[in-house]
Design a protein around this ligand. Sequence first.
Ligand code: EPU
Length: 312
Amino acid sequence: MQFPGTLASCITGQELLAPHTWFGLGGPARWLARPASLEHLLELTRTCRDRGIDTYRLGLGANLLVSDDGVDGMVIRLNTRAFTAVEWPPEEGPDGDEVRVVAGGGADMNRLAREAVRRGLAGLEVLAGIPGSLGGIIRMNAGGRFGQIADIVRDVTVVDEDCQLRTLTPDQVGFGYRHTDLGNAIVCRATLGLRRTDPVALRKQFLELWNYKKNSQPMGDSSAGCVFKNPPGRSAGELIDRCGLKGRTVGGAYVSAQHANFICAKDGASAGDVLALIGQVRREVAQRTGVELELELEVWGHQWARPVGAAC
Ligand code: EPU
């Protein structure tokens, strides 16, 4: 299929997605696009809508499992300067003031959090060690036991399902536990509200949260973070652990011995191994505890994939 000249330069065909994911697994995308500007992105989404091409949003691939067959559609990656830039407020100001930071949807959350801490701007340190692009983090309202991104989001600009640019209030984003109502909208940028504070104390807190994560999770292994959402009032990791599933393997995929809500992949593992192991864990936890675990992980190109729709 031919794309208009302006778009053709930012699209590649049959690009393997494995190197773009933290799991390092998965087949190719029929097309992968890296729009260079907002105008490019709007043209791209409208072209896909008009031609009935499914679209997929790729951030840093930190919470994503792509099937071995890949995906038959347009994967959109916002990693060009137009979508990764960050506007910081002036460095000086009174402690306690709320300041606004405007960042692109493709900005790297770990870099953003570290820079905010360096500047003595509090709010992002609760996400210490949670990887992803800002857009991906907002879309799933990522967070941990110390806080979630929804707490500091002031507005979100998206290309919506009608391929229109819109700026949404937090209420319109519809934040819930590891959920938003964003659906297929693409997060282009967001405004965050951070609070000026003492950078030394903030750095200490940030390192404590990093250490908690480092000591409780298998950060050195290939995984995509927590596989399941915590059921209301329960811990998915604890439930899986109590069912004796730590160390369970299928092919090259295994349940981490350090944290049972992590499935990791050894060299030679396939996405099929991970999917089969997820199925086993789900079934056994349901049989033994009656709890149906819900996926936190995003899955593409498999029956568990969320509906994508033909729009943008
Ligand atoms: N636990 C076990 N066995 C395990 C794992 C955990 O008994 O194998 C117990 C722990 O001892 C603790 C409880 O379960 O009492 C909760 O565990 P943890 O503190 O590790 O937190 P979590 O709820 O499993 C959440 C987020 C993580 C985030 C951490 C720390 C979810 C689904 N997970 O984990 O986020 O890093 O808090 O902030 O909300 C992610 O989103 O990918 C992710 C890893």
